[in-house]
Design a protein around this ligand. Structure first.
Ligand code: ADP
Ligand code: MG
Length: 319
């Protein structure tokens, strides 16, 4: 049986590109670029809670890093270094090799060095810490939104949740729709370029991981504003194309989770800049509503103009 050190050397040691000292010593040495602030975040994925234990190891490796990269994107920061803490039930080398392949594919895609970690025996759990850089004063937090700002979301939220529903046998998906939803679930694409480009434009931002409404609630609470969403402006095209019942995809859109799209607010006079960014990045950005001074309230303007109250039924792990 390979020792912990053999496993780390064989599978988790790659030549770093911008790290003074990476895997192998008691601590890593990181040198941020001159004048940059560090943005740091940790996310844990537990088998049975955040993913099925039989999930493809390569997909899991990608996702374990991608969800952390997404947290930095949501701050407008550039990801640079990751730390990987792994609890494994048994050292299955094929599994570890596939996991590492997915992890490093994501690391290369987003310019991240794996700088260290920890490996131990235990119930399958993956914890990634990520560190990146942002110029002082330009990080985009959840607290800067103002009444009157417009609310935007990137891409197509809901697809990942629909993919999960299909895996659970709660929805039927076929052909290209199934492929697209499973891809969204298993290979999320963090919006790093968008996050960075929104510095100086977005007033508040987060990445949608627990559902659009639930996560929007964090901006409303953080910024002490309310929101009215426009039913007619919500992105629905790709969800309709899945040929699932409207009630199913509608729930996935508003309260699904695992989207890793960016939800942000921006003053109306920035609208042109946001639209130009959408063009430049070839990424749809949808203006889905506006913020108002009624702190904490969440309403939807239906197609016929009626205003209805919404609950924040985003997924809450302690409910
Ligand atoms: P220590 O006992 O000093 O904490 P470890 O044996 O835990 O050292 O780790 C040895 C080296 O391997 C350290 O540099 C650590 O950061 C790195 N490391 C351990 N596990 C991983 C992993 N899963 N991925 C990346 N680096 C790892
Ligand atoms: Mg250790």
């Amino acid at each position: 049986m390979p020792s912990e050190f053999d496993l780390i050397r064989r599978h988790f040691t790659r030549t770093p590109r911008h790290t003074v000292l990476a895997v192998g010593d008691d601590a890593a040495l990181l040198q941020p670029r001159a004048g940059m602030q560090l943005a740091v975040s940790t996310d844990m994925l537990v088998a049975g809670t955040h993913f099925f234990a039989d999930t493809d190891a390569c997909d899991l490796g990608w996702k374990a890093l991608a969800v952390n990269v997404s947290d930095l994107a949501a701050m407008g920061a550039e990801p640079r270094w990751a730390f990987l803490a792994l609890a494994l039930p048994a050292p299955d080398e094929d599994w570890i090799a596939a996991f590492a392949e997915g992890f490093f594919a994501c690391a290369e895609r987003f310019g991240v060095d794996l700088a260290g970690g920890d490996t131990t025996r235990g119930p399958l759990t993956l914890s990634v810490t990520i560190a990146g850089e942002v110029p002082p004063g330009s990080a985009i937090t959840r607290t800067g939104a103002q009444a009157g700002d417009e609310l935007w979301v990137s891409g197509q939220p809901g697809l990942a949740a629909l993919g999960l529903a299909a895996l659970r046998g709660e929805a039927t998906l076929a052909g290209a729709a199934r492929t697209r939803c499973l891809q969204a679930l298993q290979r999320p694409q963090p919006r790093v370029g968008l996050g960075k480009a929104l510095r100086g434009i977005a007033s508040a931002m987060l990445d949608v991981s627990d559902g659009l409404l639930g996560d929007l609630g964090h901006i409303l609470d953080g910024s002490q504003v309310g929101a009215i969403l426009e039913a007619g402006a919500l992105p629905t095209a790709a969800l309709r194309a899945t040929a699932t019942p409207e009630a199913t995809w509608h729930r996935c859109l508003l309260a699904g989770g695992d989207d890793y799209e960016l939800l942000f607010s921006a003053p109306p006079e920035r609208r042109g800049q946001v639209e130009a960014l959408s063009q430049a990045l070839h990424l749809p950005l949808h203006r889905i509503g506006t913020l108002n001074p009624e702190a904490g309230t969440l309403k939807l303007r239906e197609h016929n103009g009626t205003l209805v109250h919404l609950t924040r039924s985003g997924y809450d792990h302690f409910r």
